[in-house]
Ligand binder design. Sequence first.
Ligand code: GAR
Length: 203
Amino acid sequence: MANAVNIGVLVSGNGSNLQAIIDRIEDGTIPARITCVISNNAGAYGLQRAEKHGIPAVHMDHRIFSGRESYDTAMVEALKQYDVNLVVLAGFMRIITPVFLDAFPLAVMNIHPALLPSFPGIHAQRQALDYGVKFTGCTTHFVDAGTDTGPIIMQSVVPVLPDDTEESLSARIQIEEHRVFPESVRLFVEGRLTVDGRRVIVS
Ligand code: GAR
């Protein structure tokens, strides 16, 4: 077993993926704890979810910082105060800078609602519908300096149905997200992920 993992989760909105990870920690599936949840958005429901489970919930307003680097510097300081050694981006809708990544090398994990490298960036579900793909899905990956380009941990495939809307497709993808993201976190926590170039090897 690896050393104790303290997870910091960053959210911007609903936080259903945060909830899925909390649930797997509370039922004993993930042997770790979440030491803080931080949001750039004061109204993020994810902050309320954290409070309900006794997890420190912090609002850090990006608008009061002069730029991305200064915001990320403050974010790193906050995460270090909470002894975080794995950062989980669970619907965190901001680009993070090398300042952040250098502080947590190969320890920032993201979920994206598409089968990367297809449809990176925002509105991934709409991109998939507009393109006309028959299958899409979700991807967990380590974060690197690009947009949704880091080494892939897990993926799950979801069909696109003829009468899908962005909402119906997003809901189907989220069911898989809530399975794949906690599982990816568990593999990290158990020390079972090694990165070799672009490949993530699961032992
Ligand atoms: C999730 O679908 C996640 O894949 C997406 O935001 C949603 C957050 O939902 N992330 C991105 O699009 C990142 N580029 P949640 O707040 O209910 O977990």
